[in-house]
Write a protein that binds this ligand. Structure first.
Ligand SMILES: [Zn+2]
Length: 321
């Protein structure tokens, strides 16, 4: 079950969060793997997308924004677009569009910033948007705090949170084919003081010590250990105040607005003639969801039924979703 754990360091202006996506992450990978037009993600893309998704949950949990948080990478390498979206209720979805092949051991920079033109867009899209009001978007270069080409995705998120939200943050991210996970520790804004540079020397020391402990977490530990074990191992000398974890329907969970019915309505919108010509040419109509990678397939009979209004086929015979 996917979980988000929040905690404070007692008496210190530092907070933390640990996310472990299991079921939600498996669903993202399952939809992609079942899509016959794309096939499963190559390993380096899977790692990037898992880290983006885990980071999205940590950022949504840390900014507590009442609307969608959308993280998009517009790459200039094999990854053309990668997107992870997390809602305030921690429902999430993610997908990536690729061009050409992805080398098995491609480094992050080669995947998304091969020619130095890759960008990341962070968008905060308010839930109750007034008419004409835009979402807030910042473009973030794919470099770390020192301006070097990005070697890991977490460094970019740290850089963004520092620049845009004035939040001093340390993030560790990892993903494999079962788990996408992340640990965040963050200096809490003090009342009446700027977060960066406004704290006392003592507060700096506390944050630096905790950030160093957090950064010592290995990818292997993050992927294989449960939250209690990780927090005990890293922070056994600190006084942690833990909150009730968010899990199950209140925790991070997969959700996408796509459905077979919506795709059928879209095909109906194309018109019968167009639909018939696609079926004649290809044998069926395949539509992929651009937000979650799911594939919906309508064979000749299904396509007929869209226009004749015949009863839905029984659920057991539904095609790849
Ligand atoms: Zn979808």
């Amino acid at each position: 079950m996917s979980e988000l754990h929040k905690f404070l360091f007692d008496g210190l202006p530092v907070r933390g969060m640990l996310v472990r996506l299991t079921g939600a992450w498996a669903e993202i990978l399952r939809r992609r793997a079942a899509n016959t037009a794309t096939g499963a993600y190559a390993v380096p893309v899977r790692e990037l997308l898992g880290e983006m998704t885990a980071a999205g949950v940590l950022m949504q949990g840390s900014i507590q924004f009442d609307g969608a948080l959308v993280m998009q990478i517009f790459g200039d390498g094999p990854v053309k677009v990668a997107v992870a979206e997390v809602q305030p209720d921690l429902s999430l979805r993610a997908t990536a569009t690729l061009v050409g092949g992805v080398p098995e051991a491609a480094a992050l920079g080669d995947l998304i910033n091969a020619h130095g033109r890759g960008r990341c867009a962070m968008t905060l899209d308010p839930r109750d948007k007034l008419p004409g009001r835009q979402a807030y978007q910042s473009m973030v270069p794919l470099v770390d705090a020192d301006g070097r080409r990005l070697q890991n995705f977490g460094a970019m998120v740290e850089h963004y949170l520092r620049q845009s939200e004035q939040l001093d943050t340390r993030i560790v991210l990892a993903a494999d084919d079962h788990v996408a996970a992340g640990l965040l520790v963050q200096r809490m804004p003090l009342e009446g003081q700027a977060n960066l540079g406004g704290g006392s020397e003592e507060a700096d020391e506390h944050f630096n010590r905790i950030a160093t402990l957090a950064a010592s977490l290995t990818r292997e530990e993050l992927l294989t250990l449960d939250a209690d074990t990780i927090l005990r191992r890293l922070f056994w000398e600190e006084k942690l105040v833990r909150f009730e974890p968010r899990a199950g329907i209140h925790g991070p969970h997969f959700a996408c607005t796509c459905s077979r019915e919506r795709v059928a309505a879209m095909i109906r919108g194309l018109g019968r003639e167009e639909a018939d010509s696609i079926v004649a040419e290809r044998g069926d109509i395949e539509v992929g969801c651009e937000f979650c990678g799911a594939q919906y397939r309508f064979d000749a009979v299904d396509a007929q039924q869209i226009f004749t209004g015949a009863a839905e086929r029984p659920p057991g015979t539904q095609a790849v979703q």
